[in-house]
Write a protein that binds this ligand. Structure first.
Ligand code: GTP
Ligand code: MG
Length: 219
């Protein structure tokens, strides 16, 4: 077996840094585009459809474990091919309709390519999870080349985010003990998701009604 040298380690660390950097740049790129949309929206409509955004990069450890689970080639090109959520951005919107406005705005940018879309709002997961997921390919201009980099964008309301964050916490505690979540609790979680969804509908209706009143007053 070939002994690896300290130079091999240096080269590997360097390549890993370069690899992870492209994902950071893709996130920077999308963050800027979202920021532009928000500022333009505020200027044109005096309205901001986004409550907050959060970006994250998967750690090399977590990439390694996911690759192990999914089964893929342990090379940078293999990882790029099989793991599409190394870079992730979560956009929390005010109302459900805003989710589709933001998603449409991203989809209509000609240099972005939507590789996959999962609408867990129209089709919630069996546990009640709701969100709109897009896998987007972003062009990243580096000093010597152009790279297409995938990022996962999750767009949801505050109520959907509230449910998903707490569901994740509850599950995480159980999974650490490798226990199955009792059926009654799963059922209650699903009921909580329905309550969050009802709240979204009610807020959306209130928002629409107030918009109509505002328009009538300005006539
Ligand atoms: P993986 O990316 O391998 O997890 O599977 P997938 O490609 O089928 O992913 P999917 O688009 O369904 O979900 C990806 C991400 O959405 C997860 O990493 C979570 O952040 C979020 N997500 C999906 N389902 C749930 C859920 O039931 N509860 C919570 N809290 N988050 C979820
Ligand atoms: Mg995924």
């Amino acid at each position: 077996m070939n002994q690896l040298s300290i130079n091999d380690l240096k080269r590997f660390k360097n390549e890993l840094t370069r690899f992870m950097m492209t994902y950071k740049f893709a996130l920077d790129e999308i963050e800027t585009r979202i920021e532009i949309l928000v500022q333009e929206f505020e200027m044109l409509h005096e309205y901001n459809p986004i409550e907050h955004t959060k970006s994250r990069l998967k750690s090399p450890e977590s990439i390694f474990h996911k690759l192990n689970r999914k089964g893929g080639d342990l090379s940078f090109s293999g990882i790029k091919e099989s793991i599409k959520d190394i870079a992730g951005m979560r956009i929390t919107c005010s109302f459900v309709s805003d989710i589709y406005v933001i998603s449409q705005m991203l989809k209509s940018q000609s240099d972005l390519k939507v590789l996959d879309e999962k609408d867990y709002i129209k089709n919630p997961k069996p546990n009640g999870y709701q969100s709109l997921h897009l896998i987007i390919e972003v062009p990243v201009h580096l000093s010597d080349r152009l790279e297409s980099v995938c990022i996962e964008v999750q767009i949801r309301t505050i109520a959907m985010d509230f449910w998903a964050s707490l569901e994740h916490k509850i599950y995480y505690k159980f999974n650490q003990g490798n226990q199955a979540v009792p059926a009654r609790l799963l059922d209650e979680l699903k009921q909580a998701a329905a309550a969050a969804s009802a709240l979204d509908l009610q807020m959306e209706r209130l928002h629409a009604e107030i918009e109509v009143i505002k328009e009538e007053q300005s006539e």
